[in-house]
Design a protein around this ligand. Sequence first.
Ligand code: ADP
Ligand code: MG
Length: 325
Amino acid sequence: MYSIPGSTRQLDAESSRAVTAVQTEGPSPPAHGTSGHPLTVNEVLTQSQIESVMDELDRDLIGLVPVKQRIRDIAALLVIDQLRARIGLQAQSPSLHMSFTGNPGTGKTTVAMRMAQLLHRLGYVRKGHLVAVTRDDLVGQYIGHTAPKTKEILKKAMGGVLFIDEAYYLYRPENERDYGQESIEILLQVMENHRDDLVVILAGYKDRMDTFFQSNPGMSSRIAHHLDFPDYSQAELLLIGDRMLQEMSYQFGTGGRETFGEYLNRRLEQPHFANARSVRNALDRARLRQASRLFADRDRALTRDDLSTIESSDIRASRVFSPAA
Ligand SMILES: Nc1ncnc2c1ncn2[C@@H]1O[C@H](COP(=O)(O)OP(=O)(O)O)[C@@H](O)[C@H]1O
Ligand SMILES: [Mg+2]
């Protein structure tokens, strides 16, 4: 589990890699729920600076067209909600709990962090941090341990977003006395009573989440937005690779990108392919091979180009290209 205090620092859940800050202190949230003179949409957008979060989302994340569109729709709903509240139209605090479904590495955690920023800028959560957990963080091993664990996490997440990865593991019908149920009950209450200060995002595989919702109508009814994250195409994965290399100050040498494209084609056919996460892992291994290659040449003065180039051979040395694979 990790948390991002005040959104000053973002952590990548899977790689524990610190990502440079996208947002430091947010602007003061617009008055939410108070009445005043009518505002334009632009005034709210300027006040909240959410456009920059949405632009960053568009720019930094490859593909995800349906997800980006849904986020724009949600943002529009919230902005209009604020304009309604200002002139005294009925506007109860909207339910913002969400489910993010999709295969591993499709960007769910990454988008959840952006969502936390967005909700913060619009004044729906006080702090805008993200606390990412799994079943083990919420559920105890022994009787009496679950409630304090779940409450502790909820306390940490209050004022931000609680991201529960593989949320369906909370529900284990095969075990009658499973403590997961206890955690679910507490979550349900807090999702209802503190929905003006805590947004819960349940994440995981689509089919398992569907089954989970069928067996937990209480949870299902509290989720306002279901976002489905599609697998990336090979072309998108290649662009994601470009982006990742660029962020790490590397580039492909002659033919390197083509080889990486070929690598992706092969890798896509294999089991356990995890979308953008597999791209990151593959590039990490290529960097290892590049380092070993450079390391072996003890007497050469290494130029900037040498140090930053991933050669085609660094990729081709992957097991994915060996005949046995
Ligand atoms: N659309 C994208 N564009 C660029 N990088 C991405 C994209 N989607 C995911 N990534 C990167 O891939 C990795 C895995 O993404 P993550 O959000 O952890 O996926 P998930 O939570 O769905 O398993 C992260 O390093 C993330 O930065
Ligand atoms: Mg994740």
